[in-house]
Design a protein around this ligand. Structure first.
Ligand code: PRP
Length: 219
């Protein structure tokens, strides 16, 4: 939830990424940012297709409301809905965490609410990554208060070893243990969301004096 500026020379388009070998990404050769591919676009596509199949089976005959948590989930959600063999609706929320450290130890507050009503709906919350679990837990509790017909959650990446609150996630793409992750919607100081693969920032990488990995996908 922490936004930091990123120096211009670390902000590269996909076409500037050195893909001479699959590992590691070397962004532009203009900065010290080195990324290693953790889950390739092909692996992601296969897993998202699998998730879509599971969800389609479980929600047969229903008309679920998918709730994406901004911003990170937008890429995953966009791909996932195209693998659903169901009529669906989509809405988004944005949450902010407040605490006295860079870690997500504070309270979570809705800063952008849903536009669609939840009461009686089959609601599926879609998240890119679950780390401490605080964001998803707070949202699920808030949505539960609104009387949905059912309430489930789906995340692409589950950093369950970092969990600080109990949470059962219904659909999980990958369980991950690695360090700071970027790409496929995940950011580092608001950059790198556009990368088609999910990458690990090499330890010791410094993209600028001002920027640094925030807690969202922390180690
Ligand atoms: C990330 C991620 C989750 C949240 C998970 O969002 O998208 O929403 O952190 O962390 P938690 O399990 O510790 O609560 P981030 O705060 O980085 O914002 P973003 O989605 O806008 O990138």
């Amino acid at each position: 939830m922490h936004e930091k500026s990123l120096s211009h020379d670390t902000f590269c388009s996909t076409s500037q990424i050195d893909k001479s070998g699959p590992f590691p990404y070397n962004l532009c050769g203009m900065s010290n940012v080195t990324l290693h591919v953790l889950h390739s676009r092909d692996e992601i596509a296969e897993r998202v297709r699998w998730l879509g199949k599971q969800i389609s089976q479980d929600y047969q005959g229903k008309f679920p409301l998918l709730v994406g948590i901004l911003k990170g989930s937008f890429v995953f959600l966009a791909d996932l809905i195209r693998h659903l063999d169901l009529p669906v609706q989509v809405d988004f929320v944005r949450l902010a965490s407040y605490g006295d450290s860079m870690e997500s130890c504070g309270k979570v507050k809705l800063t952008k609410d849903l536009e669609l009503p939840v009461e009686g709906r089959d609601v599926l919350v879609v998240e890119d990554i679950v780390d401490t679990g605080r964001t998803l837990k707070e949202l699920l509790e808030e949505l539960a208060r609104r009387g949905p017909g059912s309430l489930r959650s789906c995340c692409l990446l589950d950093k369950r070893h970092r969990r600080e609150v109990p949470l059962d996630i219904d659909y999980v793409g990958f369980v991950v243990h690695e360090g700071f992750l970027v790409g496929y919607g995940l950011d580092w100081a608001e950059s790198y969301r556009h990368l088609p693969d999910i990458c690990v920032v090499e330890p010791g990488t410094q993209s600028s004096e001002k920027a640094g990995p925030d807690k969202g996908a922390g180690p």
